[in-house]
Design a protein around this ligand. Structure first.
Ligand code: ZN
Ligand code: ZN
Length: 140
């Protein structure tokens, strides 16, 4: 059983715990993540939905039509606006956690950049990581 990781929004009304390891971070440079995060990219980790428990509050949903055309449900704190996670409507068993909402840095590494076609020119990208112009390839 891995150590439980905790996180939450800026105002503290949303709190959650994750019982799965969070190791690999994916930076998404799509224009929707830029708007939703107010930053050059969003930093995400894909975890099983069953591993995440909300211990306080209930995130509010914005159903976004992603650049891919798929519905991406984006969840955020209704009180302070912090993005908490997103989830593909077609893939409810996985959840894309916004790793900036985790309480403490863990043993995490940024391994991949996606949607680099729309990356802001001032965003540094480590050449040692994987880069994809659009979405990451689906692994079998
Ligand atoms: Zn909040
Ligand atoms: Zn994105």
């Amino acid at each position: 059983m891995p150590n439980t990781i905790t996180g939450g929004c800026l105002c503290g009304n949303i709190r959650y715990s994750v019982s799965a390891p969070v190791e690999k971070i994916i930076a998404c440079h799509c224009t929707h993540c830029q708007k939703a995060s107010g930053a050059g990219a969003s930093h995400n980790a894909v975890v099983p939905t069953s591993a995440v428990t909300f211990t306080a509050g209930k995130p509010r949903l914005f159903a976004d039509t992603a650049q891919s055309g798929n519905i991406l449900n984006r969840y955020f704190c209704p009180d302070c606006g912090s993005p908490i996670y997103s989830q593909r409507a077609k893939v409810p068993e996985m959840l894309v956690l916004k790793v900036g909402t985790l309480d403490a840095p863990n043993d995490m590494k940024l391994v991949m950049n996606i949607w680099t076609n729309s990356a802001r020119p001032w965003m540094h990208r480590d050449p040692a990581t994987e880069h994809y112009a659009e979405n990451r390839p689906v692994k079998a």
